[in-house]
Write a protein that binds this ligand. Sequence first.
Ligand SMILES: Cc1cc2nc3c(=O)[nH]c(=O)nc-3n(C[C@H](O)[C@H](O)[C@H](O)COP(=O)(O)OP(=O)(O)OC[C@H]3O[C@@H](n4cnc5c(N)ncnc54)[C@H](O)[C@@H]3O)c2cc1C
Ligand code: FES
Ligand code: FES
Length: 483
Amino acid sequence: MKKRDFILFYLNGERHEVRGAQCGLMLSEYLRIVKNLTGTKIVCAEGDCGACSVLRYFPYSAKKENIFLPINSCIATIAQMDGSSLITVEALGFTPVQKAMVNCHGSQCGFCTPGFVMALTGLVEKKICSKNISANLTAQESKNALTGNLCRCTGYQPIIDAAESIDLAKCESVNEKFLSVTLKKDLLKNLKIPVEIKTDDFYFMAPTKNITAAKALSKKNQLLAAATDLGVVHNKRKIKLNQLVSLHLVSDLYQIKKTKNRLSVGARITLAELRTQIKDLIPEFANFLDLFASPQIKNIATLVGNVATASPIADTPPFLLTMNTTVEIQGPKSKRTVPLESFFKGYRKIDLKPNELITALHFDIPQKNEILKLYKVSERKDMDISAINFALRLSWSDQAQTEKNLQIKDLKIAVGGVAATTLRLYKTEKFLINKSPTAENLEKAAEIIHQEITPLSDLRASDSFRRIVAENLFHKFFREINV
Ligand SMILES: Cc1cc2nc3c(=O)[nH]c(=O)nc-3n(C[C@H](O)[C@H](O)[C@H](O)COP(=O)(O)OP(=O)(O)OC[C@H]3O[C@@H](n4cnc5c(N)ncnc54)[C@H](O)[C@@H]3O)c2cc1C
Ligand code: FES
Ligand code: FES
């Protein structure tokens, strides 16, 4: 079968074929060192500050939108950029976004400025593409779009003022310049061809089929999704990403499928895309995702990657554990499906062999008679890792219900940050099912929670804080639903 031995992307409209070990560079390094595009800054090198933001278009997605989205170039490898069109700050020209930053004094030392400009341009693009330019940007939507950008000098007010003053009617979409029909055709043609790059100290392969990827995976060759976890490990712990298998060419994995009661989310679906697609279907989860990282991270990070990290404080597993999630797994010979409960085996341990990969997650869509609430407690509201996260899903018994005889028919509780893995609180659930949520029963249940969890103290929170918060969130849930 025909294979490519190069990574293809367009950078500021120019076609690039990258070969050999350069494919293992981080995109920010490639831009600054190889291309001398030093407008893209490297400050934190771990996805936190947004100084390295660039805009990226990638042809495959569930909705097939033609939109450039901001991502962090410091934690993305060149290999992953295969099939993309990328824009750096140099190529924008002096746009209304930059004019607004100048007019409102939104820049002092300037280190963060290119990142702010790229993030704001991303927001402007979103508005233009959704044809929503009748009103200018609001302070709140600008703040939301800038949660992944840090400035140590100006303070944020001048930057927010700049955002609000941008005249959207005068903004042109970057698509005009950087997304021609020929460019898209070229990318789509090449995305159908598998990639294999071998050098003495770098190996990267991207097949077009899951089974071929499974055959290529091993203890040495690890699976790379968006690298928002792996890229940080590479930069900060100096663990090389030099033996990689990527699923970005497997077009089947860019699917979100809905049946009556269930949703299937393919391994390549990003958190941003998921949020858009479930906005009306599972609003509680969609709103919860607003507290997950930054737009730059969510525009590329996958839901499946969040599950596969098996971090006890990952934010999506509590929701997924209350939703009867099953994990669809592809091996070198066959497929299998396991419940998420048994998929988490221990601290950062999952039920996945070195030559297996996750193809999709399937989970319940909450029904009208159910109540779902999700909570995240972290030191900061935005852009912070959870100290504890909590999910509760409840349905009442079908019998005639008055406030006095409410009875719990089904209850699922999952908590992160209180054990080696995200926990389902089976004992607490069992105690409360078929009971009324009286003050006495809820107190007893809180005592059971106390026994079920085994939190540790770490830099995010002490064990006693986590215990108190777990119990308080449990009580908060019942208070919020007015029982
Ligand atoms: C600044 C910053 C903020 C963050 N904020 C949050 C936050 O608020 N909440 C939170 O929970 N997380 C957060 N994260 C962590 C991270 O963004 C998520 O865990 C993300 O979902 C990982 O997805 P990815 O596609 O980038 O995975 P990658 O980094 O590519 O991979 C992560 C792991 O999953 C494995 N993997 C990926 N796909 C598959 C597959 N299909 N089959 C088998 N294994 C697979 C990889 O081999 C790797 O071991 C943050 C990270 C950063 C850098
Ligand atoms: S350099 Fe800080 S997010 Fe990339
Ligand atoms: S202007 Fe200096 S960090 Fe923002």
